[in-house]
Design a protein. Structure first.
Length: 417
């Protein structure tokens, strides 16, 4: 049984985040900006689910155990199996058992196939055949228990489920998969199909051939890849095939050789609204926790954003004459240092915050383009976990409005001077 649950904030964005089970304890490593409040259980689940985003990234893999692979925990299937057990108990394949007794359903078809006895012109069947549905303790039942046990061990602690499932693994994972697939092909019951599909998801994401273990670890390093993806979804970023046009490229032209690409820069999110192009850079920095200017993006990140803006503005194929730049940082809207700070401008119930702007001293101040100032915003991290799968038009509109208002103010000030 789990004795202790430890939620451990992680300061660096490239440190391990995820979950480790050691010595009957759960150690959950979360970004420092993660907030534990009345929705703690839901948000912890959402955080664990967010790790699966790394599966689609070319830069990061999910770590399970000591291996690095491309598999993720099927958390929705774990939840389904647990709830199925709580509502219906252990699942068994049920089979029809025939017997020659007076109890059960009379099987007339089988009775009539027997040789009857003829007596005084009567046809007599002296052997009654009945049937009963009984639970069979077969490989499917064993698989169900094993998957339930794994589900409870991996996420049951969130709900304080402490009941124990007594089961030993008698079959290989491949044997169980083949048996479940066979049952899936033979059934027409929709609930049973759903149950079998969840079992398959759990089996297909098992770590090797052992479904049960006393120690697990599941997580990733470099959570900022996940953060970037969540920001891109929430802010309705352009799809990859469209966004590629905004990648500035460097080239090497060696003597007497063809030019070769050195590398390319890749902006995180390109947002198109009202004839303007907003280049958003998701930064997993700690300002949203510390409120310390030292934890804001450094000069090289500022220059990179200006380079993105230069490329978008001067690339005639893009025709982007209105280009804006912004950093998006995670923050905790309920921290006292932000709640009481009148200079942190809050929108959408504080889920979006405007911190300020950054600029450089090596660009022509009189001829600066709009994109040479980078506006810094915060997004409440827990809000992002709960909502990133849906485009948030209200937050998008407020972000764009804030930027446009700042540009107008600066334009008017320049005209007055």
């Amino acid at each position: 049984m789990i004795k202790q649950i430890n939620v451990i904030p992680v300061e660096k964005s490239n440190d391990f985040v995820g979950i480790k089970f050691e010595n009957n304890s759960v150690n959950l490593f979360v970004p420092q900006v993660f907030r534990q409040d009345e929705n703690r259980k839901q948000d912890l689940l959402l955080f664990l689910k967010s790790l699966s985003i790394a599966k689609s990234s070319e830069k990061e893999s999910v770590k399970t155990g000591k291996k690095v692979n491309n598999e993720v925990w099927p958390i929705d299937s774990y939840l389904w199996i647990i709830h199925d057990y709580l509502e219906n108990g252990f699942y068994y394949n049920r089979e029809k058992v025939y017997s020659k007794s007076n109890s059960g359903k009379i099987e007339w078809k089988k009775i009539l196939k027997q040789v009857p006895i003829y007596s005084d012109g009567n046809i007599i069947y002296d052997k009654l055949i009945t049937s009963k549905m009984t639970a069979s303790n077969d490989i499917v039942a064993q698989t169900y228990k094993l998957c339930l046990k794994q589900s409870l061990e991996r996420i049951g602690w969130i709900f304080n489920y402490n009941f124990y499932v007594e089961i030993q693994q008698l079959f290989s994972v491949n044997e169980m998969i083949n048996s479940i697939k066979k049952g899936l092909n033979q059934t027409f019951d929709d609930i049973k199909k759903l149950r079998y599909n969840h079992l398959l998801k759990i089996l297909n994401n098992s770590d090797g051939n052992n479904l049960i273990s006393n120690a697990y670890s599941y997580g990733i390093e470099n959570y900022y890849y996940v953060f970037e993806t969540m920001i891109d979804k929430l802010f309705d970023g352009l799809k990859e095939n469209e966004k590629k046009k905004y990648n500035p490229n460097g080239y090497w032209q060696l003597n007497n050789q063809k030019a070769k690409k050195a590398s390319e820069l890749r902006p995180d999110t390109i947002l198109k609204r009202n004839g303007a192009t907003y280049i958003l850079d998701a930064k997993m920095y700690q300002y949203g926790v510390t409120h310390d200017v030292k934890d804001l993006p450094e000069t090289q990140s500022i220059q990179k954003q200006i380079t993105y803006g230069d490329h978008a503005y001067h690339n005639h194929k893009l025709h982007d004459t209105k280009v804006r730049n912004a950093f998006i940082l995670p923050y905790n809207k309920k921290l006292e240092i932000f709640v009481e700070d009148p200079n942190t401008l809050k929108y959408n119930d504080g889920n979006l915050a405007y911190f300020g702007q950054t600029y450089t001293d090596w660009r022509d101040g009189d001829q600066q383009k709009d994109y040479e100032k980078v506006y810094a915003f915060g997004i409440d991290f827990n809000y992002l976990l709960r909502n990133y799968k849906t485009i948030d038009t209200d937050i998008i509109n407020n972000l764009c409005t804030v930027i446009e208002e700042r540009i107008k103010e600066q334009t008017d000030e320049g005209a007055d001077n």
